[in-house]
Design a binder for this molecule. Structure first.
Ligand code: ZN
Length: 268
């Protein structure tokens, strides 16, 4: 089932970007997306264009939307501002990424929140009280009951938000995927290219490279994504989480947004 449709002519007040009438960027593995455009735009116009993509709908019917910016042929970088609804600092980073110039060679996808119900209620879980970061269909296991902070849902990918994101990411196959959390203030280390990129992000933002502890880590979104993106060609995609602190100053949001663009641009 097609889960994301192109909405051409984004109703977004983004001062630095031109509202797009371009056709969708079709990831190599995807089927064609619906498009309302006719002639292909020139490269300059395409690079400046903004498109909105309908990713899915939450339990309570709120839209989950991606905004695409930059070079349609560039490296696909996906940033998800919020998964836990009471950890909203990533919204400020996504807001900066909606405004900053996108460097050449970068195709930037921005999802402010994949848990809009949780944001609206200022709770960690979705409206079914499921921790979406324990609901992904990779090494999923039952955890606890509704009301527990890590309740994993009745089954793997039981939640519409999880289903929307797994379909979107599987089709898009980003090369770099970042999920923001709070408030452990760290980035977990890793091996290989993944580890190099995480170290660089940590260096650029001042976050310490430390391992997270204290939870049950089944059905975790980034682990699911790494498993999927391992199949990317010519190199496996990278997915990692960034644990911000309890608060994020505007200057820090700027710092993180620029770090995203830096790792997206660097030869890594
Ligand atoms: Zn979190």
């Amino acid at each position: 089932m097609k889960r994301w449709l192109l909405a051409v002519g984004a109703v977004l007040a983004i001062a630095t970007a031109t509202t797009g009438t371009t056709s969708a960027t079709v990831p190599p593995t995807s089927e064609p997306l619906a498009s309302a455009s006719s002639p292909a735009p020139d490269t300059t116009e395409a690079a400046a264009a903004v498109e909105t993509l309908d990713v899915g709908t939450s339990v309570e019917g709120r839209p989950i939307t991606a905004v695409r910016r930059g070079d349609p042929a560039g490296r696909r970088v996906l940033v998800i501002g919020v998964i836990h609804g009471d950890e909203q600092a990533g919204l400020d980073i996504v807001a900066r990424l909606l405004e900053l110039p996108v460097p050449d060679g970068v195709n930037l996808y921005l999802i402010d929140s994949m848990n809009p119900d949780g944001v609206a209620a200022d709770i960690r879980t979705n409206a079914n009280l499921v921790d979406l970061n324990r609901n992904f269909p990779y090494r999923w296991g039952p955890i606890a009951e509704p009301g527990n902070w890590e309740y994993a849902g009745p089954s793997a990918a039981s939640e519409p938000e999880t289903q929307a994101m797994t379909a979107f990411i599987t089709e898009l196959r980003p090369d770099i995927l970042i999920w923001y959390h709070q408030d452990a203030y760290m980035i977990g280390p890793a091996d290989g290219r993944d580890g190099v990129i995480r170290s660089r992000y940590a260096e650029l933002t001042g976050l310490p490279l430390e391992s997270v502890a204290g939870g049950t880590y089944t059905g975790v979104a980034a682990q699911w994504a790494r498993n999927v993106l391992a199949g990317n060609e010519p190199v496996p995609g990278v997915a990692f989480i960034v644990e911000l602190g309890g608060t994020l100053l505007p200057a820090d949001a700027e710092l993180h947004a620029n770090a995203v663009l830096a790792i997206a641009t660097e030869d890594n």
